[in-house]
Design a protein around this ligand. Structure first.
Ligand code: ZN
Length: 680
């Protein structure tokens, strides 16, 4: 998926992607809701359909269904693509990719089963706080400024939200921490479009470190990533115009500030790039992830009775609806406005300062270009009515009428509200800008207030990129400037009003007890129509005398914790490899760092899901292959020793892979280890 840059092809793993699930059951009514946050670009309606099918095969139709399950993406831009149903989001993965789709479905399914089967009586606490000014920045501040001054003055946080809302789950049995779930608005774009390693980006890092810290504290010993039992989830919110690249955009050639409203340098968008606070993208990911992790740990320490924390009390409830957006009529003060068929504007192709686009498009374009208009018309010419409806957006791709080989963009979108006591989780399938999110929160907050006890206030959190994906939502004022977020607001200038009207309907239904809410038909399940162009992995080969897993380049015999130069503390080993796509080793690892105890037993100290390790895979190392194409590959395992947390001792690096045989295509596992080395 990445940044939809064709050259950004995966080459290994830095952080493994996780699915984190939470199941809430009302002990009195038996009412249940499930919230899942997945490290990855965004949710997919097709994935949710398949996950529900799998859950209903196991539990029947009464436990998990469309209305009470929410699946949200953290919006990491460093994950594989091909799991969304719509053509626009499949262009760089050459269509659908079955192995990505299956990994999403089984990962989410298994995480929900773990949560459901492991449920126990627990108390829930909500804490909220201001994280400070240096964890996010608005990447379209000139658009934000177009919102009315009176409205902006109501929000002292400025042009991004700074509040983290956090739920903490504590066992009623033995008082241990079961998990934590929070929402804070920031894009998963700390890793930039030159990265080719799978990564959970800043939110994936935050979840990883908090889980490691709490699991090691509560259980003792080494807590390997992804093993739980404590689960920490950093979910996405109204992050549409919010960047983690807090140093802001600069022209990379001159170091000067970019032009503010178009984000260009000398008229070109490619050179205007925003930088994170670190010296490289890994450091920036760690810094923005750490800020969220540390703040979450601080909020978790708040005890009942202290300021900014309250016990969550009250019923579990949910409402869900599908809305065909192009056909939705909006009634505003007696006037009717309508939404448009989906379309992407010119600035969509300009990208953002987190990942600029190509072909000379710039943000803030309100007039087209004759050449690209012709390309667009070749794909699908918009009608006069559509051009008027989307105005002032110049249409680049008229996705709403494009159906070949199947739909390019969704028309029917899911909206949902989950209630846990005084907490209302508003689930939208899009990236809301800061002000769009604030308007929705305030609409819902007013309507659910009558549901609460006298001493309670309603807390409304926004869950972005949930249950499907339909690009961005800006305010009407922001839409007029046609920067990237506005160009990607697919249903036209009134899109946000549609969200507000329909979420207000769900909130009213919840307040009046109307159940279920009215709904349009769900989007069609397009799984059977999917076209996959991504070739399957070739069978793997190895040179004579060098079996799979053979060490090609060994480790050094000794590494010192006192080395100040990081490269002296970096352990690497190169192995004869096979294509990792043969087996994704979910809940497993391609790489292990192992240490030996006094009895000679090896145990795993780190996996490929750890921050300090990287797994690199490189195909085609035998360029002179007699048949003209290569099936040889190598894997490079890397471990940067952290002098603070690594005990001295004897270690080794091991590589576990799976090769596909030439004749039968059978996949067989193998393992190889480096020589032992000392850390002194
Ligand atoms: Zn985004």
């Amino acid at each position: 998926m990445g940044y939809a840059v064709p050259s950004q092809r995966g080459s290994g793993i830095h952080l493994r992607l996780r699915s984190r699930a939470f199941v809430f059951e009302d002990p009195e009514t038996g009412q249940l809701v499930c919230y899942v946050s997945v490290d990855g670009g965004m949710a997919s309606d097709m994935v949710k359909m398949r996950v529900l099918e799998m859950l209903q095969e196991k539990y029947g139709g009464e436990v998990f269904f469309d209305e009470n399950v929410a699946i949200s993406g953290t919006h990491s831009h460093s994950g594989p693509g091909g799991y969304l149903a719509y053509v626009l989001y499949q262009t760089t993965s050459l269509g659908f990719v079955e192995e990505t789709f299956n990994a999403w479905c089984t990962g989410i399914y298994e995480s929900i089963i773990k949560a459901y089967e492991g449920r126990e009586p627990a108390s829930i606490f909500l804490s909220e706080g201001n994280i400070g000014d240096d964890a996010n920045i608005n990447r379209s501040p000139t658009s934000y400024m177009l919102n009315p001054e009176e409205e902006r003055s109501m929000y002292p946080d400025g042009d991004t939200d700074k509040i983290m809302s956090l739920l903490k789950f504590v066992s009623k049995g033995d008082g241990r921490l079961l998990g934590m779930l929070n929402w804070f608005a920031v894009h998963g774009t700390s890793m930039n479009n030159t990265n080719t390693l799978v990564s959970g980006d800043n939110k994936g890092y935050a979840g990883y470190v908090v889980e490691k810290e709490i699991n090691e504290k509560q259980q003792g010993g080494v807590a390997l990533p992804g093993d739980g039992p404590f689960v920490a989830s950093f979910a996405s919110s109204n992050l549409g115009d919010v960047s983690p690249n807090t140093l802001g955009p600069r022209c990379i050639d001159t170091g000067e500030p970019c032009d503010g409203s178009t984000s260009t340098c000398n008229g070109r968008c490619e050179k205007c790039i925003a930088f994170g606070p670190g010296e490289d993208m890994f450091e920036s990911t760690r810094i923005i992830g750490s800020k969220q992790a540390k703040f979450a740990l601080k909020l978790m320490q708040l005890e009942e009775g202290q300021e900014n924390v309250e016990k969550v009390l009250g019923p579990i409830d949910y409402r869900h609806t599908y809305v065909n957006f192009p056909r939705l009529n909006i009634t505003m003060n007696g006037d009717k406005v309508r939404l448009c068929d989906a379309a992407m504007g010119y600035a969509f192709a300009a990208g953002t300062t987190d990942g600029p686009g190509m072909f000379g498009f710039t943000q803030g374009e309100s007039s087209g270009n004759p050449f690209w208009d012709r390309v667009r018309n070749f794909l699908e010419e918009p009608t006069e009515e559509q051009i008027k409806c989307q105005h002032p957006k110049p249409i680049l791709i008229n996705t709403g009428s494009m159906e070949k080989p199947y739909a390019w963009d969704p028309a029917t979108i899911p909206l949902q509200i989950l209630r846990i006591g005084q907490v209302f989780i508003v689930c939208v399938p899009s990236e809301l800008t800061t002000m769009s999110g604030r308007r929705i929160r305030s609409t819902v907050r007013d309507l659910v207030a009558p549901l609460l006890e006298e001493n309670q206030v309603a807390h409304v959190v926004l869950s972005g990129l949930t249950n499907g994906y339909s690009s961005y939502v800006t305010t009407k004022e922001e839409y007029s400037a046609q920067r990237y977020e506005a160009a990607s607001t697919i249903f036209g200038p009134n899109t946000l009003l549609g969200y507000q009207q329909e979420l207000a309907r769900l909130a009213k239904d919840m307040a009046t007890g109307k159940s279920p809410s009215d709904t349009d038909f769900p989007p069609p399940n397009m799984l059977r129509d999917m076209v996959q162009m991504m070739p399957l992995p070739h069978p793997d080969r190895h040179p004579i005398g060098k079996e799979f897993g053979a060490v090609l380049n060994d480790v050094k015999s000794e590494y010192s914790l006192r080395s100040t130069d990081k490269t002296d503390r970096t352990v690497t080993a190169v192995f004869q490899a096979a294509n990792p796509r043969n087996n994704q080793r979910t809940q497993g690892s391609y790489l292990t760092v192992e240490s030996v105890d006094a009895d000679g037993h090896w145990s795993v100290w780190m996996t490929d899901g750890d921050w300090d390790t990287k797994f690199h895979w490189q195909a085609g190392i035998d360029e002179k292959d007699a048949f003209g194409f290569s099936r040889l590959s190598k894997a490079t395992l890397e471990w940067i020793i952290d002098p603070e947390s690594t005990p001295v001792g004897t270690y080794r690096l091991c590589y576990s892979g799976d090769h596909k045989t030439m004749v039968t295509g059978e996949v067989k596992a193998f393992t190889g280890c480096s020589s032992e080395f000392e850390i002194v």
